[in-house]
Design a protein around this ligand. Structure first.
Ligand SMILES: Nc1ncnc2c1ncn2[C@@H]1O[C@H](COP(=O)(O)OP(=O)(O)OP(=O)(O)O)[C@@H](O)[C@H]1O
Length: 334
């Protein structure tokens, strides 16, 4: 059985409240309701699996992370945890569930209280969830400090007295102290320099093996995701446009948006990376997903009238490879 099953998640932030809607005309309502942050997202994460999520800024990655951790509720859709529906969990049951999914955030310093030492920050979740006796907590905290590669002498230091990498290790220890099954890592490398990114990636890989953890690993960096994850999902404008095994990244026929992401890795000069974006101006600006077509149509060099009219569905192409693209329909039918 899958650890986590995400079924058709929809999140709409821009919907006017009931009172507001009464006073708005239909035209005003249409203008007020922005496109959904998540538009029917479905995937699964297996036990012990590292599942990567990539996509540009604003594509809905953090929204998805927050919904999975039940820090926010979806507008529609379903979340199953070990087969149990957790979409509507409330109160004590929700608090109990939170122990099983922990999150690591982008900014290691602001994720920690400036008034807590390393030791206090790691111990806090144990107290919140009422786990272990005082001496058991002491042992767990000391073990974790060593396990995440921190010098035990740093235990009494505050975040301002540590480097970014050391603070991120504290966040990782804090996330692991309650022995979660799934850790959601939301851009955990992006505020670190390159050597530190490699160290944290290596640490996450080791901890996963040692503790049989599952990860939802979110990043802009496709290579970092490939190095850690078993499978990769690519998000564009609130939808998953492709899912593939990371071992297949260099051999499969990708969705055009993934090709664009891959080209940004392969083309060293940043000014030459986004040449595809210029196609936006060559096409009818009104032809967007709002009218039912492919949301990538305006940026896609392969777009056809069918892409403008009909939204492509995420379909199985070959073993482990799903993509939402009419162009790939043609190639897979060959
Ligand atoms: N609390 C909120 N209220 C209103 N709109 C929001 C809220 N949070 C996110 N959004 C909108 O939802 C969309 C998705 O945002 P989200 O932060 O999930 O994207 P992201 O892919 O994580 O971006 P980034 O990589 O920059 O963090 C964006 O259009 C954003 O403006």
């Amino acid at each position: 059985m899958e650890l986590l099953q995400v079924n058709g998640l929809l999140k709409h932030y821009g919907t006017p409240t009931l009172t507001e809607s009464i006073n708005l005309s239909l035209k005003q309502k249409r203008r007020r309701s922005s496109p959904p942050a998540l538009d029917g997202v479905s995937f699964t994460i297996g036990k012990g699996e590292a599942f990567g999520l990539v996509g540009e800024s604003g594509s809905g990655k953090s929204t998805l992370a927050r919904l999975i951790c039940r820090m926010d509720t979806p507008t529609a859709g379903q979340l199953l945890w070990n087969g149990e529906d957790i979409t509507e969990l409330r109160g004590k049951r929700l608090k109990g569930f939170r122990q099983h999914i922990q999150m690591i955030f982008q900014d290691p310093v602001s994720s920690l209280s400036p008034y807590q030492t390393v030791e206090q920050a790691i111990r806090e979740p144990l107290r919140n969830f009422g786990l272990g006796s005082r001496s058991e907590r002491d042992i767990l905290v000391q073990e974790l400090i060593k396990d995440v590669g921190l010098d035990p002498k740093l235990a009494s230091r505050y975040p301002s007295e540590l480097s970014g990498g050391q603070n991120q290790r504290v966040n990782i220890a804090r996330a692991l102290v309650c022995k979660p099954s799934l850790v959601v890592c939301d851009e955990p490398l992006s505020s670190l320099d390159a050597p530190m990114q490699t160290q944290i990636l290596t640490l996450l890989a080791r901890l996963r093996d040692q503790r049989a953890l599952s990860y939802l690993f979110i990043s802009h960096d496709l290579l970092a995701v490939q190095s850690l994850c078993d499978r990769i999902a690519v998000m564009y404008r609130g939808a998953i446009v492709e899912i593939f095994d990371s071992s297949q990244m260099s051999v499969i026929h990708h969705h055009p948006y993934t090709k664009l992401l891959l080209s940004s890795i392969l083309i060293a000069n940043p000014l030459k990376r986004h040449q595809w974006k210029e196609t936006e101006t060559e096409k009818d600006d009104k032809a967007t997903s709002e009218e039912g077509g492919c949301s990538f149509y305006n940026r896609c060099p392969f777009g056809t009238p069918l892409c403008r009219e009909v939204k492509p569905q995420l379909k199985l192409r070959e073993r482990g490879h799903y993509a939402a693209c009419h162009e790939l329909d043609d190639t897979s039918d060959l």
